[in-house]
Design a binder for this molecule. Sequence first.
Ligand code: RM4
Ligand code: MN
Ligand code: MN
Length: 427
Amino acid sequence: MRLEKDEILLHNEKIEKKHIEKFLQLSNRLADKGLNVDQIVQDLMKLQIAIPSWALGTGGTRFGRFPEGGEPRNLEEKIEDVGLLHALNRSSGAISLHIPWDIPENYEDVIALASSFNLKFDAVNSNTFQDQKNQKYSYKFGSLCHTDPAIRNMAIDHNKEVIDHGIKLGSEAITVWLADGSSFPGQQNFRKALMRTRESLAEIYDHLPGSWSMFIEYKPFEPSFYSMVIPDWGTSHYLSSFLGPKALSLVDLGHHLPNTNIEQVVATLMMTGKLGGFHFNDSKFADDDLTVGAIKPYQLFLIFNELVYGMENNDSQNPPLAWMIDASHNVKDPLEDLLQSIEAIKIAYAQALIVERENLEESRETNDVVKAQELLQDAFRTDVRPLVAEARLQSMAALEPIQLYRDLNIRKILKGERGLKTIATGL
Ligand code: RM4
Ligand code: MN
Ligand code: MN
């Protein structure tokens, strides 16, 4: 299914007047504060967030899965779904593939299909956390850290193959997330496991083309419940520093223990030039993979506040960031959920862009704690949705993407085309 431009224009025409009123009111207020509203709208239009191929179907837990119907049955249909999202919001111009779930049958066709929707291929992801059919050895006791060199080599080769698939698609990065770790004290020698992982990563690193990056994701627990080989940003930072400039850390918002100050982690990684990008999601407890901004919108804003500061004060020459979502939808329509996530990211970015930065720095320097808090919260409590909507309007996206998705009965059409019992690959 493909959205026609006319459908978007018609939808916008109906609600444009109301939007313009709200937008003008807000822009006047922001202009009074000395902010450049046009520039903010431009910045918002530029931000593109990659959609993970594995989040287009209904997710599940280990207890069950309740498919929504009309889920993409193959890579082509996943690309079609991201095409729909991108047509609705013009902010989802890339898809992130997971190998071997998404191996193309014909690269040229897949590239042509993606570009017909104006989509690029974002980072490719390797999978050494599951055993595949006909796999020679098992990853039960780890992959890149395994005690057996034959198993380590199998995992290294898989990562190299993932890079090769990515090269053919025009990707420029690989994300490595390892389930490696141990579930019981004594099971694993921490040091040996980390050193073996470092060696394996170095071999994969050597396979990266010149322009490529390697993103190293960390996670404190799950599926290993006593220790993970790369549990935190410090270990990821250590590995990426050891490997070289193409290796960077990736922050998945759900991969922290409760109350971790993620915005501070982000500031430090960026200050040292080692922040590669994000997997956005939200969580109440751990790797819940909930809709971005659903639980802790203030934290999301504080993260963006650090990012905007870091982009404006980039002494360490941190490379441009990779923006991705990593989420799972157990009870919502995956496409509606992703639209909500993109909106939440844009809102947080817009809020960070309207922070009165000079005043904030001054109140910090003079230790005016109250003023500093007021300045941040003033930005956070401003309803910036008209800014985000204006960015959509100017990019020819829908003013209200979820409303249009519903008005056009998109899920019903997809169910009709693909069937009620389809299940997309993913977790
Ligand atoms: C993991 C991790 C990875 C993703 C898999 C599917 O928890 O977040 O980024 O590749 O899930
Ligand atoms: Mn992730
Ligand atoms: Mn995760």
